[in-house]
Design a protein around this ligand. Structure first.
Ligand code: HEC
Length: 153
């Protein structure tokens, strides 16, 4: 009799908070942790494997800083064009494929005022600045730039 009572008491005590927590709470927590880990890894690989991505807030913010410090003086604060042509989509910068844009920024344009930037910007930084520039373009311009299909001009 006494032993039975003790066992029941023991069992109640053993039901600790983590046993009373429903399964879905655990699933949800696991999901959130996985998502956070995924984001961290994704963000890091996005930075390491340099890529142009106007939908990445990290790249666009980084690119904006570089653009303002390096390019705005000639291309305008909002890419509207000044000494150099507009880069905001109103001119034809989006007619160049990614690798052309990269080499223009890296090597400059000979016999023009567009200077090379490969000495002081890494490939990753050039991709960040191009991500920022592309964030000005319409989805239509981005699509045409990606496929290389656009009206000549
Ligand atoms: C000293 C002025 C100057 C600076 C600084 C400068 N550019 Fe330029 N850029 C020009 C000029 C001028 C042209 C046009 C050259 C030509 O085709 O005759 C040009 C052309 C370009 C083009 C080609 C545009 C097109 O429609 O063909 C891109 C892209 C570009 N610049 C990006 C950049 C980026 C990104 C930066 C900053 C990292 C930058 N430029 C900094 C003056 C500059």
């Amino acid at each position: 009799m006494a032993a039975k009572k003790r066992r029941r008491k023991k069992q109640a005590r053993r039901q600790s908070w983590w046993q009373r927590t429903p399964g879905w709470v655990w699933m949800l927590s696991a999901g959130i942790i996985l998502a956070l880990v995924g984001l961290g890894v994704g963000g890091q690989s996005g930075r390491a494997a340099s890529s142009i991505d106007p939908s990445s807030p990290v790249l666009v913010a980084q690119g904006q800083t570089i653009y303002t410090e390096t390019c705005a003086v000639c291309h305008g604060a909002e890419g509207e064009g000044l000494v150099g042509p507009a880069l905001n989509g109103s001119a034809h910068s989006w007619h160049h494929m990614d690798n052309q844009l990269r080499s223009v920024v890296r090597d400059g344009i000979p016999n023009s005022e567009m200077p090379p930037h490969g000495e002081h910007l890494t490939a990753q930084e050039i991709d960040a600045v191009l991500s920022y520039i592309k964030s000005w373009w319409t989805p239509e311009q981005r699509r045409m730039q990606r496929t290389g299909r656009h009206p000549m001009g």
